[in-house]
Design a protein. Structure first.
Length: 393
């Protein structure tokens, strides 16, 4: 039997085991609120798979698929002692808002909860990887530091007033995970009433092909099966986002922000560009491209995938690193938390201004205030999306 992620429009109220005709169907119920998407991870035979797809409440079934962190590029230079340049670049240094009252969720490699940059933050953690919540990779700690890290001799955090953060470890100590872990993390974030979900990770298509071929499957067939799983998981994300959008009026819809991916190679050839990858490619996910700064001028990062919704600082970004220190990294993984942090500022600004503070409105503000005039006039618009990220004043 194989593992599948099953999306339902309704679900059982508690976990149960149900006998199947060809074996046992394992239901891991991840939702309790009927207004929210209901996701289970089930082991199904081919016959049970057909039966599940025929159930009237089943919206979609997709094979589980490996995931991985979007590998950053580490700077050879020591971490800068000054504030991270992205803070001022997006205008967060002049903003009246701090993200107070906004709950942010980071789905990544865990966190160094003892890092002084997170002092005073209520960190609610959940490990979906089985490796423990501690971050041995550093990726999750770095991303969290950019979103809400406190000052420790320098400023690294955009939304330093965030009081509560959800940390879901959906990638193990080797940087890999599965769609099962990711969907578990997303549903947990929904149950915890997250306003913003930040994920700097991708679906590992090459890894799935390699895994299948190691099991003896021909490369062509393994590639086809991996493509089927990729398409299925893209449809799963689209369906989940559509269900969340439909529930936006109930105030339970979080803003989902994802890194566009680092597969492009513009420096080798201007045509060596890859479009945003999953989960950033899903509908209504705010996908983020990476921007660098050289001689006070902004440029599109060589590695940054195109067709993202918005662009943000993602080159030579200094942030927290396990053990109490700091590292300077580059990647769309570093750009994504800038957007999550600024989204928290906009969320607070809308709340305090008496406006509608929800995922749709915040996403619209991010797009409407993004700047294109900070780039050269001949820049390819598909590389920067709506423009460069801008914080509320």
């Amino acid at each position: 039997m194989k593992k599948y992620v099953v999306l339902r429009s309704s679900a059982p109220a508690e976990a149960r085991v149900q006998p199947g005709l060809a074996g046992t169907r394992l239901f891991e119920t991840l939702r309790h609120a009927a207004a929210q998407p209901q996701i289970t991870v089930e082991r199904l035979s081919d016959r049970e798979l057909a039966q599940a797809r025929a159930e009237p409440e089943v919206r979609l079934v997709a094979p589980t698929m490996p995931t991985r962190l979007i590998e950053p590029f580490k700077s050879a230079a020591p971490a800068a002692a000054a504030d991270s340049w992205g803070i001022a670049a997006v205008g967060a240094d002049k903003s009246r808002f701090t993200g107070a009252g906004v709950t942010v969720c980071v789905l990544d490699t865990g966190i160094d909860a003892d890092h002084p940059a997170f002092a005073g933050v209520d960190l609610v953690t959940n490990d979906f990887s089985g490796d423990g919540i501690d971050d041995v990779v550093g990726h999750g700690t770095h991303c969290a530091g950019t979103i809400f890290g406190r000052d420790v001799g320098r400023r690294i955090g955009i939304a330093r007033g965030v009081e509560k953060a959800l940390i879901g470890k959906v990638l193990g100590n080797d940087g890999s995970g599965s769609s099962e872990m990711l969907f578990n993390g997303m549903t947990w974030a929904l149950q915890q009433n997250a306003n913003i979900i930040s994920m700097s990770l991708g679906f590992d298509f090459p890894g799935m092909v390699e895994e299948l071929t190691k099991g003896g499957m021909p490369v062509a067939l393994a590639t086809s099966q991996a493509l089927e799983a990729y398409r299925g998981n893209l449809r799963m994300f689209d369906a989940i986002m559509a269900m969340l959008d439909a529930q936006g009026g109930l105030g339970i819809e979080p803003l989902v922000v994802a890194a566009a991916g680092n597969e492009s190679r513009r420096d080798d050839n201007k045509d060596f560009r890859i479009a945003v990858s999953l989960p950033a490619a899903a509908n209504d996910v705010v996908s983020v491209a990476a921007i660098g700064k050289r001689n006070d001028k902004l440029f599109v990062a060589n590695f940054s995938n195109y067709m993202a919704r918005i662009s943000a600082p993602g080159v030579d970004i200094t942030s927290a690193f396990p053990g109490g220190g700091f590292e300077t990294w580059s990647g769309t993984s570093m750009a994504c938390p800038h957007v999550a942090g600024v989204a928290a500022l906009w969320w607070e600004a809308l709340q305090k201004g008496g406006g509608q503070a929800d995922a749709r409105t915040v996403a619209a503000r991010l797009s409407a205030t993004a700047r294109r005039d900070v780039f050269p006039a001949d820049i390819d618009g598909t590389d920067i999306g709506d423009g460069f990220l801008t914080a509320p004043e």
